[in-house]
Every structure is written in C-alpha cells, then in structure tokens.
Design a protein around this ligand. Structure first.
Ligand SMILES: Nc1ncnc2c1ncn2[C@@H]1O[C@H](COP(=O)(O)OP(=O)(O)OP(=O)(O)O)[C@@H](O)[C@H]1O
Length: 769
C-alpha cells in the first residue's frame, strides 16, 4: 500500500473535495428544482454574513443541478464513491506546464471556472491514459491531432470512497491494477475493466467509428467487454445524432443477453436493442414463425443422431448461408417481378386514367429502387390521386358530351313528342352516368391493384421455391447434385408441412422481406454490434446489412470457437471481400480471462489438432494445473463432484459451472446430483438467467461467451472426438474458467488429454487404487 506516496495527502484531499462537490449536486437533486432556485436566491442574500466561499458553492451547485438531466444524476450517483480511477498529467506542445486530468466513468466540470473535475474515459484525451507510456504521446481531438508529453500516469485504488492506494506507472512498472482486477471473481467483471483497458483493446474501442470493424480475438481477449465499451463510445461521440434505440447488439442467446445486460447501465448504454438474429428476423417480417432451434442441428451432429446424412446436413447449412444461395433467390425474385407486369389500362367507365405501359414504367423504372410491395403502394397512391383529379374532368366531359347530343337533337328533330321522349331518355342517361362517376370511390383503385398485382407473403414464395423441383432446378442453374436436390426438397416438405423453418432459412427470409416488402423503419439501424460472429454465415451478414440499412457493424468473434463452422465463417477475408468491404480488421492475441496453466493446456489442444488457428497469449497470472479425476460408477460421480466442489469453495471461488458435452448428459447429471445435498444445482437452459449461489450445469455449446471462477468438465459416457467441431467445443469449454479447471470422466482420453503434453495437467487416481 502506497500510503507513503509523497502525494498521498494531496490526492486524498482532492478526492475529498471531488466527493463533496458530487454530494452537493446529488443532495440538490433530491429536492425539487423550484427549491434550488430558492436556494440560489437565499445564497445570494446571505453572501454577506455566510462564509462567502460556502455560499458561492451553493449558488454554483444549484445552478449546475438545474442544467443536469436525471440520467446524468443517475450516472453521477453510481460513481459517487469512486469518482475516478486514474490521473494523467499532460503537457501540450504549446504550453509550458502540464495539466492534470482525473479520469472516471463520467465527466464533471466546475461550473464557475469550467475546471474539469473528472474527465470521461471516452473523451479524446483519456486515450493517452490507455495507450501512452510516459514521454511523447498524441491523441486525436475534434480539431485534429494533438501532440505533447505525458509527464505522469497514476492509478488509484479507491474503496468505498476512501483512497487506499496510489501507483505511478512508468516504463518499468507492471500493470498491478490489471493483475488485481484479473484475480477477482467473475461477478461484475464486464463493467470493471474501464480502468484497466489495454492498449490493443483501446485501439479497437476507439477505431474509426465511421467504419465497420472486424475483430478476431482469442478466447478471453475481452471481445464482449470491448463490444460494450465501443457502443458506449459511440453513444458518447454521437449522442445528439443517434438515438440509442437505433443501435442493436446481436447475441447468440438470451442467457448471453442476460449476462451482458447487467453491464449496460454502468456504461450508459441501457436503451439499446439487444436481441438474437432469430428474433430480429421475426420482427422484420412481422410474424412469429416457428424456427427450429439453431443449436438443434449442432446437437444432432454432436450426438451423432443423423450420422448417415450428417454430410448433407452440413452441406445444406453452408449452402443456405452462402452468397450462391443469395444469387439463387435474386434470380428468383427477378422472375417474381414479372408477375407485377400489368397488361390492362386502369380505366373508370370508358375513361383511361393510367395506361398499362405507364404503370409498368413506374414499377420497373421509376420505383425500381424500392421493394416490390412498396412500389405497388406508391402506384396505388399515384392512381388514387390521379383518379381524384380526373373525376372532375370526367364529369365535365360527360356534361359536354351530352350537351352536344342535346344540341344535335334540337337541330335534327322538330319539336315533337318523339323528340321530347328522346330528350328525357338522354337526360336520364346523362344523370345516371354522372351519378356513377360521382359515386365511384377510390375503391376502384384498390380493386384494380388487387386484381392486377400479386400480394403473396414471402413465405409462399420461399416455400414454393424450396419445394418445387422445377423451380429449384431452374434457379440453382442445375448446380446441385441429385442427392443435394433431394435433400433440400424433402426436408423443406417436412418442415413446411409443420409450418417450421430452419435457422438457416432466416437469412433467405430476411432477404426476401427486404426485396419484396421492405423493412419497417423501427428495425433499420445506425449501428450494429455482433458478438460471437464466427457463427454467422455470409448470407446472414449480407441480409443484415440490407435490412438494417447500415454497414456500421462492430463484429467480434473467434474462429477457434467456431463450433457452428458448418454454417458459419471459416475465415474473415470472405466477409471483408464480399460483404463488409469497408471494414477495418484487428486481432487481439492476449487473453485476460484465465491463468497461464489453463491457457497453455487449451492452446496445446488447438495447436495439436488445428494448428492453423491462433493460440492465445495469457497475461501473466498463475494458478493450479488443470487436473483430471476418474469416475466409474454413479456413486463415483456424486462423490467426486461433491469433493471437487468443496475444494473449489475452500479456495473462495464463487461462480462454478459443470460443463457437459451434450444436453442429454447435462440432464442426466442434474438428476444424478439431486442427491448431493451440500450444493444446489441449476441445469442451465437457453432462456434462463444464471441463479446466484447455484452450481450451473451447462452443455458446452451454451457456455460459449460465458465465464465462471471455476469450471469442471464432466463427461458421463460421452467423449470429445478428434473432429474439428469437437475440438472447438472442447476448447470453448476449457477456456471458460477464470481460475480453475477440472476434468472428470472415465479416462483422460474422453477429453483427448492423452494427446497433450503430460506436464501441462495432473491426473489424480481414484481413492480405491
Ligand atoms: N483490460 C482488461 N482488464 C481487466 N479485465 C479484462 C480486460 N480485458 C478483459 N478482461 C476480462 O477478461 C474476461 C474475458 O473477457 P470477455 O468475456 O470480454 O472476452 P471474450 O473475448 O469475449 O471471450 P470469449 O471469446 O472466450 O467468450 C472478462 O472477465 C473480462 O472482464
């Protein structure tokens, strides 16, 4: 503890003053605005006999409060006990002295002097704290590049409002704050990194906000954390141009959304949309279609239920996610357009209001930029307004025509009874015609549109394509083998008969929605963040870009964790070269989550089986070696789990997960462990929140993106095999713990440990041996 730091007292005083200022503002916030005005008045009146500086503060505080919104106050309240975490002293190249800046989660100015009490971590100058070593530094403000000298970089540990530690960072010091933050528990970690963001992470958070960015980051490199901080950056920078509701985070499932949403208020980004791809598509097409769970296919592949057809399953997933399939739909929609060609003029009575030729010109040329259905809507409104305009003309024409005929009668016939009859008859005719025209409502337009333009739902078009051999052959340009063709046709038949869609049908449906009907404004976005992006297909990205109307995507993923790679991406180049062509690309190689011992073993697994994938570089932090324990009977399982969990608890580790390979085994295990009384377990399902104090039992695919203090990998009967998919799944599971990793299974081989270097893990033998 650096109580002996020469500046300790000064910093302590500075902290005290800042806290006092915040306290005053917050106190003022508790009353009503009117009373502040009263306070100001009173303070002015009392200026003479009160301690003048106190009175002055009162005036300022009240004036300041009136300017603050309730959300500002809310944010200030959150940081009341820890207003800042660091200080930098910066001397710009044009000044003689350094200025001190205290960096925190919100900014605060002294009203009178405009002196900055706290600088927001997102402000341009704070960037220097994250990437600058002492000495020459630069940052980019609104006015361009600023260069100068960083003369001090100081970190504070403030606990419950008290300054406990000061550390000055020079070239040689280790980042102790980072170390102590990493050794903490999994609770609340997502929000707490703002003081320890590393230079490579800062680069991603602040990278050109006007361009898309793709980040390949190893497990535990802070991708999820960075995603949230970059959004926060976005909101800070464009607060008056973008509404948070125009931003969206896409996450793999609700478990994950629940996990990240806790961090959002602290970063000031609580109002942004958080959803999954499936939900987003459902919202865009405005119908709650039944989508087979995205992981069902993975599970069937993992559990080997469909071994014979598993190649075709994988093929169809990757085909439906490809841009080739997008082309198929594009060709199909082009032909669908032909159904919108009209051959009849729009007529009312004998009057032609709009010629077919012109209607087609509107549809195929003038409104070509719009989705088909929106073009029809436009045409409808053109016809309606033309009809209204022409109605008057038609009446005049009819009147004129009959006038002429009356004239003719007068001059051609003598004034006889016969002429009178004819006149009466003609008059009747005229009145009837006029009446008909007058009575004609704009419904004629609606009828015309209904009769001449198709109004199918996208589902009909999609189902028609996917179940009709002729059509599919035509639009896939005979490129499919007969097995592939049969597979697509037969599975489509089965699903559509039950009114179900595969997850892989979502991108095509979204694409069709965009082309045929357009996307409601509510679902168009200005900024999209996609976490776990390695699981998305190119077509998913493509359709998303069209539907959201932006390419401002922040994409974060890890190809090594691509357990859905049969449908997702295999490399990022395909995305940058075909879809998000303006993207910046960054990699994160350091892993912050776990210990050296755990990361080394996980790296070894990847290195051995899939060497082309990047291995992670752990931040220096040691822990126990991963350990294996054998089980044979159900009794073994209960006893071994109980003993292991007790041992973990003794180490003061709080959040614990038991990760199984499959859902089936998670279910079996939950049943088996019911008799273990000393712990309570929660079998985690997709839409559930993690309950505090319970040991989570979770299948590996669902654990993706989550983290726990300790993780036990447990296989009852299952084994991880040497397939890419299993290796990645095992890698995901092994990289979830912060501090401790245990394996429990029949033999080490069920976790492929026999292939890995024996010095990287330990094997405990069963007690009986
Ligand atoms: N700069 C940092 N300072 C402190 N902790 C950090 C930092 N960066 C990341 N962490 C911590 O490391 C852990 C991993 O971060 P995160 O979950 O964001 O990584 P990820 O790349 O999304 O991981 P994965 O791909 O394995 O799910 C979290 O506990 C996070 O708080």
């Amino acid at each position: 503890m650096e109580r002996h730091h020469p500046d300790f007292n000064k910093e302590n005083q500075r902290l005290y003053e800042t806290k006092q200022y915040i306290k005053k503002i917050l106190e003022a916030g508790e009353g009503r605005q009117e009373s502040f005005k009263g306070n100001i008045k009173e303070a002015f009146e009392n200026l003479d006999y009160l301690d003048s500086s106190l009175s002055y503060i009162n005036i300022l505080v009240n004036a300041k409060f009136i300017e603050m919104t309730s959300s500002d106050l809310e944010h200030l309240k959150r940081v009341e006990n820890k207003p800042y975490f660091a200080r930098i002293d910066f001397k710009s190249e044009h000044s003689i002295d350094s200025d001190a800046f205290y960096i925190g989660k919100v900014s605060l100015f002294k009203k009178d002097t405009q002196e900055s009490l706290i600088v927001d971590w997102r402000s341009p100058i704070a960037s220097v704290y994250y990437d600058g070593r002492l000495g020459e530094v630069e940052y980019f403000s609104e006015d361009g590049k600023v260069t100068g000298e960083l003369t001090l970089k100081r970190q504070f540990t403030i606990e419950e409002g008290k300054l406990v530690d000061i550390r000055d960072i020079d070239i040689t010091t280790r980042d102790d704050l980072l170390q102590s933050s990493l050794s903490g528990s999994a609770d609340n970690r997502l929000t707490e990194i703002v003081s320890t963001i590393q230079a490579e992470q800062n680069e991603v958070i602040r990278a050109d906000l006007t361009k898309p960015i793709i980040v390949q980051g190893v497990a535990g490199s802070g991708k999820t954390t960075i995603a949230l901080h970059r959004i926060s950056m976005f909101i800070y920078t464009y607060s008056n141009k973008i509404d948070p509701e125009e931003m969206m985070i896409l996450a793999p499932n609700h478990l994950f959304i629940d996990y990240i949403s806790e961090a959002l208020p602290d970063l000031g980004v609580e109002q942004i949309k958080q959803t999954t791809y499936s939900e987003y598509v459902r919202n865009c097409i405005g119908k709650k279609i039944k989508v087979i769970h995205p992981d069902e296919k993975l599970l069937s592949l993992l559990e080997g239920k469909n071994e014979a057809s598993s190649e075709l399953i994988k093929w169809s997933s990757s085909y439906k996610g490809s841009l080739d399939f997008k082309e198929v739909l594009k060709r199909y929609v082009k032909d669908i357009q032909d159904e919108y060609k009209v051959t009849e003029n729009f007529k009312v009575e004998v009057f032609t209001i709009y010629k077919a030729k012109n209607l087609n010109r509107l549809f195929f040329k003038d409104y070509n930029y719009l989705p088909l259905n929106s073009r029809v809507k436009k045409i409808k409104s053109v016809l309606q307004s033309d009809f209204k305009k022409k109605k008057k003309e038609m009446i005049e024409l009819i009147e004129k025509k009959f006038e002429d005929r009356f004239d003719q009668l007068y001059y051609s016939m003598n004034n006889t009874e016969e002429r009178r009859k004819k006149v009466v008859h003609l008059n009747d005719q005229k009145e009837k015609k006029l009446e008909r025209i007058k009575q004609t409502k704009s419904k004629v337009v609606t009828d015309f549109i209904k009769e001449h333009y198709p109004s199918y739902k996208i589902f009909k078009y999609y189902q028609q394509l996917m179940t009709n051999r002729g059509l599919l052959q035509k639009y896939t340009a005979n490129e499919l083998t007969s097995d592939q063709m049969e597979y697509l046709l037969s599975t489509s038949e089965i699903y559509f008969a039950k009114n179900q869609y595969e997850y892989e049908d979502l991108a095509p449906l979204l694409y069709l929605q965009h082309l045929l009907y357009g996307i409601d404004k509510k679902w168009q976005m200005k900024k999209v963040v996609i976490d776990e992006a390695q699981d998305y297909s190119l077509f998913q990205f493509y359709a998303l870009q069209l539907s959201t109307g932006t390419d401002l995507f922040t994409i974060l993923g890890d190809l090594s964790q691509g357990i859905h790679s049969y449908r997702g991406l295999n490399n990022w180049e395909e995305l940058t070269s075909h879809v998000l062509t303006r993207s910046n690309y960054k990699t994160l190689k350091k892993s912050y989550r776990t210990t050296i011992e755990i990361m080394n073993l996980a790296n070894e697994l990847l290195g051995h089986f899939i060497p082309k994938l990047d291995s992670a570089e752990p931040v220096v932090r040691h822990g126990r070696f991963p350990a294996f324990q054998p089980i044979e009977t159900n009794r073994d399982v209960k006893r071994t789990v109980e003993v292991t969990l007790q041992d973990i608890q003794e180490q003061q580790l709080k959040t614990i997960a038991i990760i199984t390979k499959t859902v089936e085994e998670a279910k079996r295990l939950k049943k088996l462990l019911q008799q273990v009384n000393s712990f309570s377990f929660q079998w985690l399902k997709e839409n559930e929140a993690i309950e505090q104090g319970k040991v989570a039992i979770v299948p590996a695919y669902l654990a993706k993106g989550l983290e726990f203090d300790a993780v036990v990998l447990l296989n009852l009967e299952e084994s991880y095999t040497e397939t890419d998919m299993d290796i990645k799944l095992l890698y995901v599971a092994m990289t979830r713990p912060l501090h401790r990793l245990e394996f429990i299974g029949r033999t080490p081989n069920v976790f492929l440990l026999n292939h890995l270097n024996h010095t990287k893990y330990v094997i405990h033998h069963s007690k009986e041996e």
